[in-house]
Structure formats: structure tokens, C-alpha cells
Design a protein around this ligand. Structure first.
Ligand SMILES: NC(=O)c1ccc[n+]([C@@H]2O[C@H](COP(=O)([O-])OP(=O)(O)OC[C@H]3O[C@@H](n4cnc5c(N)ncnc54)[C@H](OP(=O)(O)O)[C@@H]3O)[C@@H](O)[C@H]2O)c1
Length: 251
């Protein structure tokens, strides 16, 4: 199957590592070009160098209201077009409802929630027919994760915003979808596993909940995201797609 990604241009926020980077790798492998963003110049430069001429990067925080404008400008100034975006960001801190304070909620809301809403809104307005947005959400859209109050609080609302935007942008031929990773072996997941003091035990317990009996590889997520962003997925719109090895018990 040809994903028809050659020479298309995608913004990938949170693109230096993890799920964003894996998606950028897949997009570039299929002939697309990417604008990577994140908060740290060093990791972005390393990613840009690894991807070669098909990538440029912009140091930009998803929480910053100026970020959408700067990313759109980078895509247009570098390659003269914009076909879509993967919106990823650093995950919110771990903790129970009873242990998370107002400041933590407010900070997470600014980057995870409002940042994604603003980027989707502003980039969506720039896209023409065939354009595609994909939001990196979480299995917490459908079922709460233990000790992840902020994710459980914010992700379901974001999924409904994405669904609403899919209805709004559909008439102009622009698709909006969400991705629901379960447990993919990125640095963030390694950090979450280590947070309790016994990473091996945490990993083993998580794997017991996954029918495929292992963590996902970032590449497995990246391929799914690249497909959803591509014209090959031209009739997939307003969907929430789990990439979780069967972990979610909900349909
Ligand atoms: N991995 C999984 O299995 C999994 C499961 C469920 C949900 N998720 C969610 O998926 C998202 C990505 O996860 P991941 O595993 O790829 O995380 P990760 O390995 O921590 O990577 C996150 C990337 O986003 C960048 N970033 C962080 N905060 C940012 C901000 N405010 N603005 C712009 N870029 C930012 C980071 O670079 P800088 O720090 O340099 O900015 C980094 O490149 C997270 O929101 C996570 O909660 C992941």
C-alpha cells in the first residue's frame, strides 16, 4: 500500500523523542517532510540530524500561545506547504486525585490540554482538503489509569474536543483523529516504571494486563500514526484508535 506521503509536510510536536520521534521517523521513511518541535534545542538538533534533509526543528513549548504561528511559519517558509500534524507533548505527572495540587493541575492543563486545543485549532484552520491532524492521547480516554489522575481528568475531554473538531473541519476535507497508546516502551514509560522504586516489578505488572504480553515498540506506534495522518486513511475521521496490544478491555 502506498501511503501517498511523498513530499507532504507535517508538524510533529514533542518530536525529539518517544512517540513523536517514532512518528516522524515513519513519516520521513515514507517520503514526507517534518517540522519537529520541543522545548530542548539539544535533543531536537540530534533528531533533526538523524532525519537529514527531510526535517527542520523549532524550539517551542506547546503551552506557549505563539507556538502554532511559529510552527506554521516554519512549514511554509521551509517547504511551502502544510498537510497536517501529530500533536504530542510530555505527559502529566503521576499521582492520585488526593495528591495532586492546583499548581500541577494548572500546569498540565496549559501544556497537555489547552496547548493541544490551540494547536489543533490554529493548524486546522491552515489545512486544505486532504489535511489531517492526529492527537496523541492515552488509553485513559476510555478507562482510568491507576495513580494518573491528571491524565484521567484531561484526556477524555481532549478526545471529545478532537471529535468535535472532526465535525467542524470535515466539510473542508480535513480529518481529526486521536491515538490511544497503552504501554509503549519510551523513555517516559521507563521513568514512570522507575517512579515507584522497582522498575522491573512495575513493568512485569503492566505486561500482565496486555494480551500480547509485552510493551509496544515506539515504531509500532509511529507506523499507526503515520497511516492515520496519510491520505491512505482518507475515510478515517473522528476516530480514537488504541495502540495498546489489546490492553483496553473497552470497545
Ligand atoms: N509512551 C506511552 O506508552 C504513552 C502511553 C499513554 C500516553 N502517552 C502520552 O503520549 C505523550 C508522549 O509520550 P512519550 O512516551 O513519547 O513521552 P516522552 O518520551 O517523554 O517524549 C515527550 C516529548 O515531548 C517533548 N515535550 C515535553 N513537553 C513539551 C512541551 N510542553 N511542549 C513541546 N514539547 C514537549 C519532549 O521534549 P522536551 O522535554 O525537550 O520538550 C519529548 O521530546 C505523552 O503525553 C504521554 O503522556 C504515552
Amino acid at each position: 500500500m502506498d501511503l501517498q506521503l511523498k513530499d507532504r509536510v507535517y508538524v510533529v510536536t514533542g518530536g525529539a523523542r518517544g512517540l513523536g520521534r517514532a512518528t516522524a521517523d515513519s513519516l520521513v521513511a515514507e517520503g514526507a517532510r517534518v517540522v519537529l518541535s520541543g522545548r530542548t534545542a539539544e535533543s531536537l538538533t540530534a533528531a533533526e540530524q538523524a532525519l537529514g534533509e527531510a526535517a527542520v526543528s523549532v524550539v517551542a513549548d506547546n503551552a506557549d500561545p505563539e507556538t502554532p504561528r511559529r510552527l506554521i511559519a516554519a512549514a511554509r517558509d521551509t517547504w511551502g506547504r502544510l498537510d497536517g500534524a501529530l500533536i504530542s507533548v510530555g505527559g502529566p505527572p503521576k499521582g492520585p486525585v488526593t495528591g495532586i495540587d492546583d499548581n500541577q493541575w494548572t500546569a498540565a492543563f496549559g501544556s497537555v490540554f489547552l496547548g493541544a486545543v490551540r494547536l489543533s485549532r490554529e493548524l486546522g484552520k491552515e489545512l486544505g482538503a486532504g489535511g489531517s491532524l492526529a492527537l496523541v492521547l492515552s488509553s485513559s480516554v476510555r478507562a482510568p489509569l491507576a495513580d494518573m489522575a491528571i491524565s484521567n481528568g484531561l484526556r477524555p475531554g481532549l478526545a471529545m474536543v478532537a471529535k468535535t473538531l472532526a465535525e467542524e473541519l470535515g466539510p473542508q476535507g480535513v480529518r481529526v483523529n486521536g491515538l490511544l497508546p497503552g504501554r509503549i516502551g519510551t523513555e517516559r514509560v521507563a521513568e514512570l516504571d522507575a517512579a515507584g522504586g522497582d522498575p522491573e516489578a512495575a513493568r512485569a505488572a503492566a505486561i500482565r494486563t496486555i494480551p500480547l504480553g509485552r510493551y509496544g515498540e515506539p515504531e509500532e506506534f509511529g507506523r499507526t500514526a503515520a497511516f492515520l495522518l496519510s491520505p491512505a486513511a482518507s475515510f478515517v475521521n473522528g476516530a480514537m484508535v488504541p495502540v495498546d496490544g489489546g490492553m483496553l478491555r473497552a470497545l
